[in-house]
Write a protein that binds this ligand. Sequence first.
Ligand SMILES: [Zn+2]
Length: 230
Amino acid sequence: MLQTLWTDFLTLVFPESCMACGEPLGKQEHLVCLSCQLAMPQTQFHLQPNENPLAKRFWGKVPLQHAFAYYRFSKHSRIQRLLHQLKYRNQPEIGELLGFWYGQQLARDGFAGQFDMIVPVPLHPAKQRKRGYNQADYIAQGMSRGLNVPALPTALTRLVNTQTQTRKHRFERYENVKGVFATHNANLLRGQRILIVDDVITTGSTLETCAALVLDCGCQSVSVASLATG
Ligand SMILES: [Zn+2]
């Protein structure tokens, strides 16, 4: 908490400082310093795209082609501070940058040409107006650049502004998210290999619902990816 406040303070006073640790950035560095980039723990789930702990969370719920996340999330970590800046401190470029890194890594490790379209999880329009942007749009843009696959930010729409769901039973949660998302682009999704992206995957219920919706549209396959997972 103190480290987060301190990093917020440093990045406010010194805009050219690392968003993760607050140290001044070198000339070649942008938003995140190299030592943070190297220190952040990667899951490497993409090396077992169908059998990793995240993919298993979706087993029996929705048939995914692949499920992976870039970083392992933990409290008071660099990645938590970056996601905090991304979502609550008007730093959407962090999403683009990390998405780009991840897209490049996936392309290097054999996922180039495996997706036709990248679709971000939408925010409710009221929430997006308040925040000024959807962080997942930026992640999708970065991954689009890294993987050389088009992003379709308007593919899905969030109809309901869901409140925090963490204390609810899984079944209730599913009922709660049913009818939350819709699409006006079913014709664009049909027959495509879709990669849905979000900032963090916790229970997976949001992505599960989005994936089910995209499958209902007749897409060829659906995969999910996030910048972090717990
Ligand atoms: Zn740093």
